[in-house]
Design a protein around this ligand. Structure first.
Ligand code: CUA
Length: 315
């Protein structure tokens, strides 16, 4: 369903009302302009026994086609400004979620409150999915780390650019539980089309339970003894090309590494998947598989050791 026919939140509803008014105005303009064009084309076309009359400076016509569009643009502005104020008013939000846009994924950081705190003593962070309670005004704080991105979930409404070096914000609110699709709407490079927004809305009464589960799952995937290895992986170039589910590693160029330790081989050629083979592969992929697009990154031994210690836990 398109957002104008089936808005799922207050912002989309306000915008849809306005959309239909503007659409009706556009239809009137279309009928008058194209109707006049077709009528004139037939009535004054070149034919035997008919000489076209030339004239200019028709005062009434010129007044009309100046004043009518001016009045239309002014009335559209008058209708749109209150809606824009409504859309931009992030005050009284019940919850604030920080959203970071980067090539090519969104990173969601939940509020710095005890309920969202993980065993790393930081607020919960997710990458694939943003989960919010239904019927709750949520402020979204946007930032971008590399280029301009744009956050939009059409049926919920609202759209805002995430601009490097600046903080922008919007609010979202969903009427009903469900899963809603959005998309980065500012072209941001080769992976732009993959930069989806997956918004999951859960009933308000179930949000505390969702939070508990999400924090427990995060803690399970990120045990403290792995923290250093994981941090090393996330700090290096691997993340630009590979996905590891549940982390900020969301590159879509190379294979998904979420379950690499359960795979039969590395890159189809090297088995089993263990620390020694992973190290051999990362240090010189070309030697293992000539022609592979995986580059040798020139990482130090210590860094590669940390990375493979992390990778062998992904099963
Ligand atoms: Cu990010 Cu397009």
């Amino acid at each position: 369903m398109s957002w104008v026919n089936d808005p799922q939140g207050p912002i989309a509803r306000e915008a849809a009302g306005l959309y239909w008014i503007f659409f009706a105005m556009a239809v009137v303009v279309l009928v008058i302009v194209d109707g006049g064009l077709i009528y004139a084309g037939f009535k004054f076309r070149e034919r035997a026994g008919h000489v076209a009359k030339q004239f200019h400076s028709h005062n009434l016509l010129e007044f009309a086609w100046t004043l009518i569009p001016t009045a239309m643009v002014l009335s559209m502005t008058a209708l749109a400004v209150p809606k824009l104020n409504f859309i931009n008013d992030t005050s009284n939000a019940e919850m604030t979620i920080h959203v970071k846009g980067q090539q090519w994924s969104w990173i969601y950081t939940y509020p710095d409150q005890p309920a969202f705190r993980t065993n790393e003593n930081k607020p919960l962070q997710t990458a694939e999915t943003l989960t919010i309670p239904a019927n709750t005004k949520i402020k979204i704080e946007l930032e971008a780390v590399d280029v301009i991105h744009s956050f939009a979930v059409p049926v919920i409404g609202g759209k805002k650019d995430a601009v490097p070096g600046r903080q922008t914000s919007l609010w979202i609110q969903a009427d009903r539980p469900g899963t809603y699709k959005g998309q980065c709407t500012e072209f941001c490079g080769a992976g732009h089309a993959d930069m989806l927004v997956n918004l999951v809305v859960v009933p308000k009464a179930e949000y505390a339970a969702w939070t508990r589960n999400a924090v427990a799952e995060y803690n399970r995937l990120n045990p403290p003894e792995l923290a250093r290895f994981r941090a090393t992986y996330l700090a290096n170039a691997c993340v630009g090309c590979h996905v590891v589910a549940g982390t900020t590693s969301q590159g879509k160029v190379g294979p998904d590494l979420s379950k690499i330790a359960s795979k039969p081989n590395i890159a189809g050629v090297l088995s089993p998947v263990n620390e020694a083979n992973l190290k051999r592969w990362i240090q010189n992929p070309q030697a293992v598989k000539p022609g592979t697009t995986m580059p040798a990154l020139g990482l130090s031994d210590a860094v590669v050791d940390d990375i493979v210690r992390y990778l062998v836990t992904l099963r």
